[in-house]
Design a protein around this ligand. Sequence first.
Ligand code: PLP
Length: 390
Amino acid sequence: MSNTMHTYARLPVSFTHGEGAWLWDADGRRYLDALSGIAVCSLGHAHPAVTQAITEQAGKLLHTSNLYGIESQEALAQQLCELSGMSSVFFCNSGAEANEAAIKIARRYGNARGYTVPKVIVMENAFHGRTLATLSATGNPKVHEGFAPLVEGFIRVPFDDADAVASALENNNDIAAILVEPVQGEGGVHIPSKGYLTALRELADKHEVLLMLDEIQTGIGRTGQWFAHQHEGITPDVMSLAKALGNGLPIGACVCNDKTANILQPGSHGTTFGGNPLACRAALAVLTTMQSEQLVPAATQLGAQICAGFSEALKDTAGILNIRHLGLMIGIELDRPCAELVGLALEQKHMLINVTAGNTIRLLPPMIIDTEQVKLIVASLSALIKDFIK
Ligand code: PLP
């Protein structure tokens, strides 16, 4: 009998250790991780640079609180601003918290403009987290179930439809922000049309609302750019980050540009643990390693290799609706529900994968995978998919 709350439908395996893209269970069985703890362990497991940074820092200082200066927090903020061209960072402990900070910024921005209930435009099928405000922003009725009343102030429009955003902006005069994922991850790996984010940037400027990008899953190199919006050469007003930033050490960040940097002031937001020395040292090691090992461009190449492999292997397989990817964010959409593939991949292929939106196999492999591991992912999974479809 488990004493942990039954909030997860867990698979019947647990791991004792890992190295790179490999994980081992207590019986010594080895598994290939094609999910990275849901886009978290981009450097793989037990990366020596992260281990060293954490170990060193743990022996020095874990926590002093945000009542005092934190050198590694300053250094990390500076690096994130350099990489993004933005100017100020609030650190927290998770993705949902990073989005909470973003939503609070939108509220303050709207309140300062005199809106009684400032609105945030959000997308159908979006996922932004499990706190009350972020689940209200999420566009999935299952996530809302049983949590009424939801937080008010969200207007939902279809994803990848800039005209729908334009008409929402024209029909409401109390909109403070647009919040959107550059690629919808939980929603089924949906990559919007080219020009979508640029159109949203133009609309946000025209109507003087904030463009807020949830880069929690897409950020930190996963799509082949440091941040997915850089594929379009735009900059948001607010960007939320988490997941891969700490390679497993919990850390989130709400990154602002000059326009939004000073909206939150002492007394208006805060957190005990956010940006503590341990998490920041881990994140600094992640960014340095991604740079020195050139993992961001590698994500583009590896993603293309994997998708070319699947396209070839599955070209004559009926039932495959679509194979899509941006860097190492990969979706294989089937014409039928396929959640059971997760258990089958684990049992039969010793491989960690995910199925999202019911019928889309989602792969988020570590950015350090090698060509042999790419081949193994393609060979094992295409065999499994073919079997499943038969
Ligand atoms: N936003 C996006 C796009 C996500 O993918 C997730 C998690 O899957 C979140 C927010 C929530 O992050 P967390 O689980 O760290 O709160």
